[in-house]
Design a protein around this ligand. Structure first.
Ligand SMILES: *Cc1c(COP(=O)(O)O)cnc(C)c1O
Length: 228
């Protein structure tokens, strides 16, 4: 089995090739390594290999790892999991960016956690499935939510949209709807140009659809340990 450095280099080569094939410059995309369920030591190894953007989907794990690794220079923590209002304060104090703002209540809670603090980068998570129980705002509510964040949450800096492709659909088709949601969002906040999309199984399609932030886990970290 190839080691961490080899897997990282392999994924980066595939990202570079996909960016070239789409006529895009490599610098237009940020590769976030999703380290959920892996120990802090793995994040430290990634940092030594030059990784600066890491993603976590559970607040407790994010906070614990950030505390354990606070000394690592330049590491940026992306929170990509379902956000709960009662954890908003902890998320805000540990995350540099929150990709999963999908309702007014969570935006308000993140703002209220530190209303005069340094701006927190946030993305509106969009639900690309027809199942309302999945995370994300329905596509027809993206503009309303964006307007609310822009007008009522001055400590949040709206950066763009995020989504996970549905399991039962071609990712390219789903990512087209995300690109449309990004356009709708930019009609409200023109500077919010980030598109966070693309995981191990679909990052090439996400790049074709204009993704600016890839969230790649197992292709780089190897299989996740049991969640316990
Ligand atoms: C786990 C996770 C990823 C990474 O998934 P892989 O398939 O391991 O690349 C990306 N985005 C979110 C929201 C996740 O929870």
């Amino acid at each position: 089995m190839p080691d961490l450095a080899e897997r990282l280099a392999d994924v980066d080569a595939r990202i570079a090739a996909a960016m070239r094939a789409s006529g895009r410059a490599r610098g237009e995309v940020t590769r976030i390594v999703v380290t959920k369920f892996h120990p802090p030591e793995l994040v430290a190894e990634l940092h030594a290999l030059g990784v600066r953007d890491v993603g976590e989907n559970r607040q407790q794990e994010l906070s614990a790892k950030r505390d354990a690794l606070g000394g690592l220079e330049g590491l940026r923590w992306h929170f990509i999991g379902q956000a709960q209002t009662n954890k908003a304060r902890a998320v805000r104090s540990s995350a540099d960016a929150v990709h999963s703002v999908d309702r007014v209540r969570i935006a308000d809670a993140l703002h209220a956690a530190d209303p005069t603090g340094a701006p927190l980068d946030v993305l509106v998570q969009v639900n690309l499935t027809s199942d309302a129980g999945r995370g994300g705002a329905p596509t027809d509510q993206v503009e309303t939510l964006a307007a609310h964040i822009a007008e009522s949450c001055p400590s949040l800096r709206l950066r763009g949209v995020m989504a996970v492709a549905p399991l039962d659909e071609e990712p390219a088709a789903a990512f087209e709807r995300l690109a449309a949601a990004s356009l709708a969002l930019r009609a409200v906040v023109p500077a919010a140009t980030w598109i966070s999309a693309g995981m191990t199984g679909d990052f090439v399609e996400a790049i074709s659809a204009g993704a600016t932030h890839l969230r790649i886990g197992s292709a780089i970290t190897g299989p996740r340990p049991d969640r316990g």
